[in-house]
Write a protein that binds this ligand. Sequence first.
Ligand code: HEC
Ligand code: HEC
Ligand code: HEC
Ligand code: HEC
Ligand code: HEC
Length: 171
Amino acid sequence: MKRVVIIVAAVFLAGMLAAALALIYHLPIDTRDPSPVQPLAFSHRLHAGDYRIPCRFCHRGVDSARPAGIPPLATCQACHLYIAADRPEIIKLLDYMKRQEPIAWVRVYALPEHVSFPHMMHLRAKLDCVLCHGDVAGMERITRGIKLQMGWCLGCHREHQASIDCWTCHI
Ligand code: HEC
Ligand code: HEC
Ligand code: HEC
Ligand code: HEC
Ligand code: HEC
């Protein structure tokens, strides 16, 4: 009798664990808007596409740090004190500079605090921005095409024989 209870309990616990893992795998981390309107009409298609400014000119951390980094106003200022300085959106930009107020860009890709994502490890492994962020150079406004889920990370880690230990990503 005792043994039956233990077996039933074990099967029940295993079922709960499997259900929990299945849920976690597919839980969307990012329920935020995949294509939010930004406080300023900055276009990647224009800057990275038409004018071919390299991604790394603005996202300087990407090869050496965890975050890729959103450029500060000084990066924009280098060009826009002179370029198109009379257009409404640039006047708005220059006003931010005068007030020394950083632009409150709305994040499109963002993981919860308990997940660690190092850009530099992924770029060292020769993965291109396009794989994860899509054709940014063709986007007027950044739009997230993938669902940021644990299953997405694990799928690619399996494919590339990268670590899938829990502690790799949860520290
Ligand atoms: C390397 C130079 C360069 C840098 C750096 C740069 N831009 Fe530009 N930007 C341009 C050029 C060139 C244009 C096109 C101007 C034209 O249409 O004549 C432009 C156009 C724009 C426009 C559209 C203006 C309009 O209404 O026609 C906006 C808005 C803008 N930039 C914002 C930014 C912001 C924000 C940053 C900083 C994150 C930035 N730019 C950094 C060169 C630059
Ligand atoms: C002239 C500067 C500039 C260049 C060049 C540039 N970016 Fe950006 N990037 C920005 C700014 C400013 C933002 C924040 C505003 C926004 O989301 O559009 C941003 C946001 C992003 C985001 C969204 C981050 C988030 O979570 O909100 C991604 C992804 C991105 N850039 C990738 C790229 C890639 C890939 C390239 C090259 C193909 C590139 N960027 C070239 C300035 C630049
Ligand atoms: C393997 C997938 C992957 C690749 C490759 C990748 N990114 Fe990301 N990127 C992400 C993820 C995931 C986040 C969210 C990270 C977080 O919230 O901690 C992110 C966030 C960002 C952000 C938001 C702000 C920040 O500081 O992190 C920018 C900007 C960005 N990436 C630009 C780039 C550029 C430019 C490249 C190529 C040079 C690139 N990424 C390559 C997955 C990737
Ligand atoms: C497109 C494929 C791809 C995607 C998507 C991806 N990774 Fe990776 N990841 C890799 C590769 C390849 C490596 C490098 C492994 C190496 O160098 O040993 C790596 C390395 C890492 C490392 C460092 C591992 C170590 O050994 O220190 C962490 C942490 C990591 N990824 C977290 C994430 C997280 C979190 C996500 C999802 C938000 C993610 N990755 C999505 C391919 C990917
Ligand atoms: C390659 C990176 C990666 C690995 C390896 C990984 N995870 Fe995750 N995990 C993530 C990401 C990204 C999320 C964000 C999902 C969310 O918050 O919805 C996540 C979310 C979770 C959550 C949900 C927390 C929440 O926000 O509600 C749990 C629980 C979890 N992981 C457990 C595990 C366990 C247990 C393992 C080992 C078997 C593991 N993870 C391995 C990337 C990873």
